[in-house]
Design a protein around this ligand. Structure first.
Ligand code: NAD
Ligand code: TYD
Length: 353
């Protein structure tokens, strides 16, 4: 999709972790666009993430739920969007194990509501339009020690979360094939960075180290994840949204695999230094707990296609990214304290005790 002036772009889930970085990037980089952020503000959505850009003239927030088909339909009719970056989702594997239906409703039905609305709104003039569906590498399943996920790897989702995302990906491709809806898809590895809700590994462990609370490592900590700094993911989405081939899928990752326990030890060492604690003291908080049900062993993604065809590459080495991330949480303890008050306490108690 060409970066022409006067485009109106819808970003769903823009108050969440990745969405807020995408909104900021688009609002600052494309002052000629109008950016509309549609978010239901679930427990994971937080407008505070966007306080630095909320008054920009090319930005607007709309509170709304993508599972409400009638609302989505009339919203598209009224707004006449030229493009969509769809990030709104239920995103946490542990919550999907507890309550799969919420993931089917938001991730599958919510996505199909958006596809229907875009199909209807763009039926007479699909040229120059684009629906970008943001997905995960978890749709490919779990790897043993060798190999990488390629764009051609068969889907084999293993958790209710990844099954719901895989299903939404299939619908996006089906709408492209059946109705010629102009789409593009990205499947990305684990993101880390500022503003991530502290139910996910990295911000949860930073917050627990800060409070000298146990660090609950699932199983033996031998599972492997491929980590990418969230702003590098946002840059990849910008690249694919504007330059990706119609109907194509691009894998995005950092070529940065870490065994959980090794990553946790790095975080402990950095936190000891930053908090002026004795070396090794945070590691003493490591507590091995019952493994996650159906815990995927390893994710590793090959992002050669987006690098070679579209020229994107990650900008940050992990060592630098994790320092910046820890600094952000330590400088934004008020944010951490606010998002971990209230219902977070109940979630934590129920899940970990
Ligand atoms: P997040 O949970 O931090 O944010 C999700 C956002 O969606 C929140 O602001 C929430 O309020 C909003 N939302 C949820 N249900 C909604 C609904 N019914 N209507 C409107 N808004 C709703 O998630 P995230 O980590 O930022 O992930 C964003 C997207 O990227 C998701 O689609 C996820 O599957 C995908 N993804 C995430 C990762 C990762 O590591 N976090 C990796 C690859 C892909
Ligand atoms: P998470 O951040 O939930 O992302 P995902 O499950 O989507 O990869 O978890 C990352 C890894 O950390 C995963 O292997 C599960 C593990 N983990 C723990 O060991 N303890 C925890 O408390 C959490 C939340 C995750």
């Amino acid at each position: 999709m060409a970066a022409n002036p006067d485009k109106k772009i819808l970003i769903t889930g823009g108050a969440g972790f990745i969405g807020s970085h995408v909104v900021r990037l688009f609002v600052n980089k494309y002052p000629q666009y109008q950016i509309v952020n549609l978010d239901a503000l679930t427990y994971a959505g937080n407008l505070e993430n966007l306080s630095d850009i909320e008054d920009k003239p090319n930005y607007r927030f709309e509170k709304g739920d993508i599972t409400d088909g009638e609302f989505v339909h009339s919203f598209f009719e009224k707004e006449q969007f030229d493009g969509v970056l769809h990030l709104a989702a239920e995103s946490h594997v542990d919550r999907s194990i507890k309550n799969p239906m919420a993931f089917i409703v938001t991730n599958v039905m919510g996505t199909v509501n958006l596809l229907n609305a875009a199909k209807e709104a763009w039926k007479d003039q699909p040229e120059g339009k684009r629906f970008h569906h943001i997905s995960t590498d978890e749709v490919y399943g779990s790897l043993d020690d060798g190999g990488y996920f390629l764009e051609s790897t068969s889907y084999d989702p293993k958790s209710p979360y990844s099954a719901s995302k895989a299903s939404s990906d299939h619908f996006v491709r089906a709408y492209h094939n059946t109705y010629k809806l102009p789409v593009v898809l990205t499947n990305c590895s684990n993101n880390y960075g500022p503003n991530q809700f502290p139910e996910k590994l990295i911000p949860l462990f930073i917050n627990n180290i800060r409070h000298n609370k146990p660090l609950p490592v699932y199983g033996k900590g031998e599972n492997v994840r491929d980590w990418i700094y969230v702003i590098d993911h946002a840059r990849a989405l910008d690249t694919v949204f504007h330059q990706g081939e119609d109907g194509a899928t691009y894998n995005v990752g950092g070529f940065n695999e870490w065994k959980n326990i090794d990553l946790i030890r790095v975080m402990c060492r950095v936190m000891d230094r930053k908090l002026d604690r004795a070396e090794g003291s945070s590691e003493e908080l490591i507590t091995y707990v019952k493994d996650r049900a159906g815990h995927d062993l390893r994710y590793a993604i090959d992002s050669t296609k987006v690098m070679e065809e579209l020229g994107w590459k990650p900008s940050l080495q992990f060592e630098e990214g994790i320092e910046k991330t820890i600094d952000w949480y330590l400088e934004n303890t008020a944010w951490l304290d606010r998002v971990t008050s209230g219902s977070y306490q109940e979630y934590y108690k129920e899940h970990y005790q």
